[in-house]
Design a protein around this ligand. Structure first.
Ligand code: F6P
Length: 340
């Protein structure tokens, strides 16, 4: 009987539980034993595992968060931690491991693969920042949460003739900001891929706001990714204050923060997690590791973990241009970068 482990790691994302649920269902159906590792790589290092059967995961499919727990594990970056993790795998006689997480977690998965532990990665992060896959598990739910909030904020901005600045997550990747901007028809979007300058200026943003107020309506919505001026304290507040000074408008900021990571996974994320987990279990059942699962052009696929990690992220320029075309005038479209 094959025996595999599964862990969730890094920032949690809606759909991680669905992935574990599916791995247990499919694995048990294939007569495999499934062990859940508690709190990500930390639990692997500290031998914190629980045996999972269908009854234990019965009600987790649609639950937000991760019932296994997760952690950002600095010890997994050390030789000692890595050796302990491998020792746990050997001691528990695991034939393989599924790691659900983002790029940091994939580094850990690669280390285990390099040391002979068949490991398969599932992309679990709201950021959608893994280049090899079109979608990560949790991104769709986070986007829905963001869009719901943006529309609510817009209601009150409209009532008060205000500019609403909504800060969303995405440390290096503007996908949440960009997709929310398009889906909500935001008036401006700032993403880390383009708007990374540290000095505040905001002339492009101010120009667009003034133009909107002069010609269309007296409220506006701006989406700001947290990766823009990432190291700046109270970024959204600063942005708000300076935009108000520049335009003379009433401006209010909202930082959506961790609301984006919680909540029941959308149907899209559940299906994605389930299909990916199924693929991962089947690979490990055949003794195949060193892979990550992705979705491209509507198809679930797997590829080499190192090749996946080496792929450079390509900024979705056409989508950014569309966000601008939806929001701005032809003249404003010439502006490529905004300095704070
Ligand atoms: O990894 C996803 C993410 O939500 C990022 O968008 C964000 O910058 C980060 O996690 C926050 O992490 P933490 O939980 O460590 O505060």
């Amino acid at each position: 009987m094959k025996r595999i482990g599964i862990l969730t790691s890094g920032g949690d994302s809606p759909g991680m539980n669905a992935a574990v649920w599916a791995a247990v269902r499919v694995g048990r159906g294939a007569d495999m034993q499934i062990l859940g590792v508690v709190d990500g790589f930390k639990g692997l290092i500290e031998e914190q595992v629980i045996e999972l059967d269908s009854a234990q995961v019965e009600d987790v499919l649609d639950r937000g968060g991760t019932f296994l727990g997760t952690a950002r594990c600095a010890e997994m970056m050390t030789e000692e931690g890595r050796a302990k993790a491998v020792a746990t795998v050997r001691k528990l006689r695991l034939d393989g491991l599924i790691v659900v997480g983002g790029d940091g977690s994939y580094q850990g998965a690669r280390v285990l693969s390099d040391r002979g532990v068949p490991t398969v990665g599932l992309p679990g992060t709201i950021d959608n920042d893994l280049a090899y896959t079109d979608y990560t598990i949790g991104f769709d739910t986070a986007l829905n949460t963001v869009c719901d909030s943006v529309l609510k904020i817009r209601d009150t901005m409209r009532s008060h003739d205000r500019v609403g600045i909504i800060e969303v997550m995405g440390r290096h990747c503007g996908d949440i900001a960009l997709n929310a901007a398009v889906a909500c028809g935001a008036d401006y979007v700032l993403v880390p891929e383009l708007n990374y300058e540290e000095e505040f200026d905001l002339s492009n943003v101010a120009r667009r706001i003034e133009d909107i107020y002069a010609t269309q309506r007296t409220y506006a919505t701006i989406i700001l990714a947290e990766g823009v001026c990432y190291d700046m304290e109270h970024r959204a507040y600063e942005f708000c204050k300076r935009l108000a000074e520049k335009t003379g408008k009433s401006v209010r900021e909202t930082v959506l923060g961790y609301t984006q990571r919680g909540g029941s996974p959308s149907i899209y994320d559940r299906r994605l997690a389930i299909n990916m987990a199924d693929r991962a279990v089947r690979l490990l059942n055949q003794g195949i590791g060193n892979r990550v699962i992705g979705r491209r052009n509507g198809e679930i696929f797997d590829m080499d973990i190192t090749a996946a990690l080496n792929l450079p992220r390509v900024f979705n320029r056409p989508l950014y241009d569309l966000a601008n075309r939806l929001a701005g005038s032809a003249e404003e479209l010439k502006a490529e970068r905004t300095t704070f």
